[in-house]
Design a protein around this ligand. Structure first.
Ligand code: FES
Length: 319
């Protein structure tokens, strides 16, 4: 089932880097739904295809516009190519309401933001927020070369010496991420960027109890099925008691949709969080890129577009 959507007008369009366009979206009929830093929207490319983009403008109480930045992915599935080639000021885009799987926690602990390339986008409103609240913060922004990194000038003007720009081609080396974990103080790290960067931060943070790592993946993590994952299993809908078989070549989401169950989905690759359901009993085999390891270990929520089951039956909170 599709999400509730809005038809928005593109009111501004400019380049933040040679292959990154910025689109400002507004509604004809008044304010847009509110959102919080870290949120993303799904932009419908066609009737059956949507792509998620982080909201990167300022959270402002008037809610007049939403801003996204789109990097052209030449090897991608065509969503960014469509937005780069076909969408201009005056175009209309169908967009789902914002969702947030990457929330900034209300905390006074110092915050370090780590961005890789276009991964800076969800971090920009977070940085604006901590700047307002007075929480101690800094940002490491990693990229290949400075010219290809969007928003560099704007960020330096706004955040001054709180932001470090590290362009590996110009530096002649990669940044040594171990330096980020060296201090003894409690620290929250919010990171977004290529999987290689996020995986390296996750590996390092496992050895440092004083660091809480919060991440958002661009593209799905590669997660192999657990050795105890079932190939065929059943999903029971808690409220109706209906039992649906999931076969070896189906996702749980596909099986639910085939059975006409009312469930909303978008990316269908475990990155957007749209299809999340509550788990009443049974043990999911988590293969998503949204829930943290701690959240997955609770086995109370799951993403049925990619995750499987380690139990013969999963009971989930759906009609
Ligand atoms: S539809 Fe995006 S996580 Fe399942």
């Amino acid at each position: 089932m599709a999400e509730d959507t809005l038809l928005l007008n593109v009111t501004k369009r400019w380049y933040a880097a040679p292959d990154v366009i910025v689109l400002v979206l507004a509604h004809d009929t008044g304010p847009l739904p509110s959102w919080s830093p870290g949120a993303h929207i799904a932009v419908h490319i066609s009737d059956h295809v949507s792509r998620e983009y982080s909201l990167c403008g300022e959270v402002d109480t008037s809610n007049e516009t939403w801003t996204i930045a789109v990097k052209l992915d030449k090897a991608g599935r065509g969503g960014s190519r469509f937005l780069h080639d076909q969408v201009v000021v005056g175009s209309q885009l169908r967009v789902a309401n914002p969702r947030n799987n990457f929330r900034l926690l209300p905390d006074t602990v110092p915050v370090l933001f780590v961005a890789g390339g276009i991964g800076i986008t969800p971090l920009m409103p977070m940085m604006a927020q901590v700047q307002k609240t007075g929480t101690k913060y800094s940002c490491l922004y990693l990229g290949g070369d400075r010219e290809s990194m969007p928003f560099v000038g704007q960020l330096e003007a706004t955040h001054g010496d709180k932001i470090t720009i590290f362009a590996s081609k110009q530096q002649g080396q990669r940044y040594d991420l171990r330096e980020l974990f060296a201090g003894a103080d409690q620290l929250h790290i919010y990171a977004c960027g290529p999987n290689e960067l996020i995986d390296a931060l996750a590996t390092e943070s496992d050895n440092h109890q004083h660091v809480d790592l919060h991440v958002e993946y661009f593209s799905p993590k590669v997660v192999a099925a657990h050795s105890q994952a079932m190939t065929d299993f059943e999903v029971e809908l808690a409220e109706s008691g209906e039992v649906i078989n999931v076969s070896a070549h189906q996702s749980i989401l596909d099986a639910l949709l085939d059975a006409d169950v009312d469930i909303v989905s978008s990316c269908e690759e475990g990155t957007c969080g749209t299809c999340e359901v509550k788990v009443i009993s049974g043990i999911p085999d988590h293969r998503d890129s949204v829930l943290s390891r701690a959240e997955q270990s609770l086995n109370t929520r799951m993403l049925p577009c990619v995750s499987g089951s380690r139990s013969r039956r999963l009971v989930i909170d759906l009609l």
